[in-house]
Design a protein around this ligand. Structure first.
Ligand code: ZN
Length: 241
């Protein structure tokens, strides 16, 4: 079965539309989302309402949490906090309640899904280095763990003695090895590639494929500016940072 794992939409409807079209191309059967539906972008309601009917499973992200819990804003920089406050005002009651009910983590078809890190999901720790990936997999019993949060995609193979990054368009998984995958961000990539991203997981071929798709960045930027959100949030979309 071909599954898609999405993360970090951040209210970017144009990026989401491009990804949804690509899911049809790829013949995806089931879709999961690792959270951060909202924050930064100008289309929080549209993103939730467009993706929700397609989702088999959805998790809470830190920006989703901050949208309904002002205490969480303490850990946000000024720009991100401004965007969260705007988002809270923009979200419908129904969408806020839907975010509030999302879980921190789950196991889906034998794989652990969590927005930030499996060792302590509500702490919103980043998995940035090979050492982070190794440490995090010590608290994960599953063979596969999928996270988002950093917006910098990576597939890390956890060997018997050391972790290593696996590159390539499609990653063939090795029996007996375990993998921590940072899923590409749909709506705000930060790896220098401005295209929208998501992950394909084919459990029959035992492969993982990070996918990137071009989208209408200018339109997403226009919406951010028209909403009165910080201009930098529009600019960074073009840089993929
Ligand atoms: Zn995020």
């Amino acid at each position: 079965m071909t599954r898609a794992i999405l993360s970090d939409l951040h209210g970017n409807l144009e990026a989401l539309e491009a990804v949804l079209a690509d899911l049809e191309r790829a013949g995806v059967d089931e879709v999961a989302c690792l959270g951060d539906f909202v924050g930064y972008g100008a289309s929080p309601n549209e993103c939730i309402e467009r993706l929700r009917p397609r989702l088999a499973v959805a998790l809470l992200g830190n920006h989703d949490e901050a949208a309904f819990d002002p205490m969480a804003l303490e850990y946000f920089n000024d720009e991100a906090a401004r965007a969260v406050r705007w988002t809270t005002g923009a979200l419908t009651r129904e969408n806020l309640d839907w975010l509030r009910a999302l879980p921190f983590e789950t196991v889906w078809h034998g794989a652990r899904l969590v927005h930030a890190s499996p060792s302590d999901p509500p702490a919103w720790n980043y998995v940035l280095t090979l050492a982070d990936a190794w440490t995090e997999m010590q608290s994960c019993r599953e063979r596969l763990c999928f996270v988002g949060h950093s917006h910098v995609p990576a597939v890390v193979e956890i060997g018997t003695t050391h972790p290593s990054r696996v590159a390539g368009e499609s990653v063939q998984l090795v029996p007996g090895r375990r993998y921590l995958t940072v899923v590409p961000s749909v709506g705000q990539p930060r790896d220098g590639d401005s295209r929208a991203g998501y992950l394909l997981w084919d459990d029959e071929g035992d492969t993982l494929e990070p996918v990137r798709v071009p989208y209408d960045i200018a339109r997403a930027q226009e919406r951010i500016r028209a909403a009165g959100l910080p201009a930098h949030l529009a600019e960074r979309l073009a840089w993929g940072q």
